[in-house]
Design a protein around this ligand. Structure first.
Ligand code: ATP
Length: 352
């Protein structure tokens, strides 16, 4: 188990002057469950490969429990890795596959047997320990891969790179919740790379959201929902994502498109750049009173309905309260406590 720290870490690939990973300082606490979340090309794999030692960063240092490992190869970092595609020895049984990392390290047979059976139980593999891996489906093979990552109790960290990619959609939810349970039972530092917000939010205690080579927020799933530090996080997390309205802010009031003035829960000093008001669709509702809007369409998401409206031409998603008949002249009511101010995409802390 290890606390992993990054000091002024940055990376660019040879032949490119651009940063694939922009300079950052960050700490991942010992035994934490972290997800690296972001769209394709944002730098997740680059960061993961720097942690595993597959890639040497161009700038900065990586520390495991205070020791500089920046120059150490993967085999000297004591990390376990689970990739998108299962890595399994087909001719071995499930038991032999799971025991492999332990046998390699000379763990006594009785102890290895106990660990293998424990991990097999956690993953739902207990009933097939003596079957050959060859005949198993992709789901069970990936469970074996996960198991081989989890079976050692001496690893600094376990790194998962999109491990559910090849798993059948209807089995994904099962493995997702099992992984969370596993982290509770095997408190090792775990880092889980994904572009899927559901996977990240289910698994992680802390989600590291990345965009264009930059870590834009590290936070609990609640924090990413309640207080996105960056408009990218507001858009990327949630379905639909956060609404952003261009506005001017004067003290504790915001001037919205169409000249509507609304009160804010906090007061702000002078702001520069592009100023926006952010609010999630969950905290904005169609109502009899409020800001006049034009209704474009209603989306039925099963458990809730979303009204797509426009406020002076700016598209906006709001909740249609249960049982509400769409008013002839719809209005938009915003929960003032849930309004956030952003300047050039960054959350601005107000006063009071
Ligand atoms: P994906 O989910 O598609 O794997 P990612 O978030 O993991 O994306 P990275 O693979 O880390 O992103 O890529 C970050 C940036 O670095 C991208 O612009 C990518 O094109 C570039 N990049 C990645 N690997 C290399 C490489 N070997 N050589 C040059 N550029 C690279």
């Amino acid at each position: 188990m290890a606390r992993i720290a990054f000091e002024r870490l940055a990376h660019g690939y040879p032949g490119s002057s651009a940063y694939a990973l922009k300079p950052m300082d960050m700490v991942w606490e010992n035994a934490g469950a972290y997800a690296l979340l972001g769209p394709s090309g944002c730098g997740k794999t680059t960061l993961l490969n720097i942690v595993s030692g597959l890639l040497r960063p161009r700038e900065g240092r990586v520390l495991f429990d205070g020791h500089d490992v920046t120059a150490l190869p993967t085999e000297r970092r004591n990390v376990a890795q689970v990739f998108q595609f299962p890595v399994v020895y087909d001719t071995m049984t499930v038991r032999e596959n799971l025991a492999f990392p332990l046998r390699n390290r000379g763990v006594p047979a009785a102890q290895a047997r106990m660990r293998v059976e424990h991990v097999a139980g956690l993953l739902g593999l207990a009933g097939m320990l003596d079957r050959r891996a060859r005949n198993l489906g992709a789901d069970d093979k990936q469970k074996i891969s996960l198991g081989r990552g989890l079976v050692r109790d001496d690893v600094a960290a376990i790194l998962f790179d999109e491990p559910l990619t090849v798993i059948d959609p209807h089995l994904k939810w099962e493995l997702r919740s099992r992984l969370k349970e596993l982290h509770r039972q095997v408190p090792v530092t775990m880092i889980y790379v994904t572009h899927d917000q559901t996977e990240a939010l289910t698994f992680a205690d802390r989600v590291v959201v990345m965009s264009e080579g930059e870590v834009v927020q590290v936070g609990t799933p609640e924090a990413l929902f309640e207080r996105p530090a960056h408009s990218f996080v507001g858009h990327f997390i949630g379905s639909p994502g956060m609404n952003f309205l261009p506005c001017a802010v004067e003290g504790d009031a915001a001037l919205l498109p169409g000249g509507h003035r609304i009160s804010l829960p906090r007061a702000y000093g002078p702001l520069t750049g592009k100023v926006e008001l952010g609010i999630r669709p969950e905290f904005a509702a169609l109502a009899q009173e409020g800001l006049p809007v034009t209704l474009r369409r209603i989306e039925d998401l099963g458990r809730r309905r979303i009204a797509r409206v426009e406020l002076q031409g700016v598209p906006f998603a709001a909740t249609l309260p249960e049982g509400m008949v769409v008013p002839a002249e719809p209005r938009l009511a915003l929960d003032p406590a849930r309004l956030h101010v952003y300047a050039d995409g960054r959350l601005v802390e107000g006063r009071g």
